[in-house]
Design a protein around this ligand. Structure first.
Ligand SMILES: [Zn+2]
Length: 224
């Protein structure tokens, strides 16, 4: 974590914070909190791929960050980090509007995230034009080979057994990251109230919950 990466992430958006105490978990030294893609393009209303409500979960996530750090756990922040042109984007044959281009405002972490700088690592994904849904592995668009990001190794080096996932977006990168974590052998939890979906419809919610539970992921705060 460099100072440069956090120069624009000092707390200035307190009025947007959701003070809801609904998210509760207790971590320890063997717990890692993975904060997925809390970047301007996803979480700021002016972002190119704004996820509705993405700006309302900064406070809940910061609470989890502090709780994890207080318990001696590890906090990891991820960033979608794309080249300007990639088959991941609609303009180049993909499915998403251009977002999180490396070095742009849209790719920066949101103002107010992790004000006390507890995160010890930043994992960037999609850096070479891959789809970067999971924080654990990237994949060439249309390809079938996963390219590890190094996150699993980092967590194992630190003796992590339990991975808690929150951030944006529930139905895309949060779900992919949690599924990868479970498949990698970690006890995995998703904090439903500290995440928001691209598609907030019931059908998507049911599908995502089903996929997470089928992968063995515990979902805290989800509708039953
Ligand atoms: Zn992306």
């Amino acid at each position: 974590m460099t100072d440069e990466q956090f120069e624009t992430a000092m707390p200035t958006a307190a009025e947007n914070w959701d003070a809801s105490p609904a998210v509760v978990h207790s971590g320890g030294q063997n717990t890692a909190l993975v904060v997925v893609d809390m970047q301007n393009d996803f979480g700021h209303p002016d972002g190119s791929l704004f996820v509705s409500g993405g700006d309302s979960i900064v406070g809940a996530i910061n609470d989890e960050i502090e709780r994890t750090a207080a318990g001696g756990g590890t906090v990891v922040v991820t960033q979608d980090w794309h080249p300007a042109s990639t088959p991941h984007f609609i303009d180049d044959g993909g499915v998403w509007p251009t977002h999180c281009v490396a070095g742009t405002w849209g790719a920066e972490l949101m103002d107010g995230l992790d004000p006390n700088r507890r995160a010890t690592a930043v994992i960037r994904k999609g850096t070479n034009g891959e789809d970067g849904y999971s924080a654990f592995a990237m994949r060439e668009p249309g390809g079938d080979v996963d390219i590890p990001t190094g996150l699993a190794g980092l967590l194992r080096e630190r003796g992590i057994e339990r991975v808690v996932v929150c951030g944006l977006a529930t139905d895309v990168c949060v779900a992919a990251t949690a599924t990868s974590a479970a498949e990698s052998g970690f006890d995995t939890i998703v904090l439903w109230d500290a995440a928001r979906p691209v598609y907030p419809d019931d059908e998507t919610e049911t599908r995502v919950l089903g996929e997470l539970r089928a992968a063995g992921v515990e979902v805290i705060g989800a509708p039953s």
